[in-house]
Design a protein around this ligand. Structure first.
Ligand SMILES: [Zn+2]
Length: 217
């Protein structure tokens, strides 16, 4: 008589497959998160090229986070960089895709497509985005701060923040730790940062001090 699988043996095999699959799932989720982290840092490097092309065309002046002599024109850093890579600074939802918008991070939306961590911050216009720039590059909110800051004014460029994952478009040490922090640790409990010398790296969760942003730390 040919021997066949008993029901028990079949159930055991199914249980083993289920256990193996459950062991694999977290690894797959973590691989996806890692892929988004790498995709984000690659985009950040692309944006650094745009940033330094802008600097070359502007007598070494960095794009202000929010300021322009002509207030009717391109006031925000991502609008100023739009000319250097339209795909990097266009999103259909924000900024109309034709005047520049704050770039999206691949981890901005969760698996279900909803924005991650937007519950505590409600800046729901085109400024609400994936990245912030160092406010020491220039800012205007009633009065002009640091307008036309030049790259050479930052004395330790390899240690000074240029851009990072964020909820809003500008960043200081104070905004890092305010009640609704502008910073966001989207990638494996850390974030991607671009530095003033053009290198980008991932850093685990930390509290920034003003030295990270300062021209003379
Ligand atoms: Zn990111």
């Amino acid at each position: 008589m040919r021997r066949r699988f008993t029901l028990i043996e079949l159930l055991v095999v199914i249980a083993i497959i289920a256990i193996l699959a459950s062991m694999l799932m977290p690894a797959l989720a973590s691989a996806r998160a890692k892929a988004r982290q790498i995709s984000c840092i690659s985009d950040l490097k692309q944006r650094s090229i745009c940033l330094f092309l802008y600097v070359d065309d502007s007598a070494e002046a960095l794009p202000a986070t929010r300021w322009d002599e002509d207030v009717a024109t391109n006031r925000f850093w991502y609008q100023k960089l739009y000319a250097y890579s339209q795909p990097m600074f266009s999103r259909p939802t924000y900024g109309g895709g034709n005047s520049g918008s704050n770039p999206a991070c691949p981890s901005m939306a969760g698996e279900d497509g909803t924005l991650v961590g937007s519950g505590s911050v409600s800046y729901s216009n085109h400024n609400w985005g994936g990245f912030a720039m160092n406010q020491e590059t220039g800012y205007h909110n009633g009065s002009v701060v640091n307008a036309n800051a030049k790259t050479g004014e930052f004395k330790k460029p390899s240690q000074t923040y240029a851009m990072s994952d964020a909820y809003y478009y500008h960043m200081t040490a104070g905004l890092w730790t305010t009640t609704y922090p502008f910073v966001v640790f989207r990638h494996n409990n850390g974030l991607n940062i671009l530095f003033m010398d053009g290198h980008a790296e991932w850093r685990g969760r930390f509290i920034a001090t003003s030295a990270l942003f300062s021209k003379n730390p």
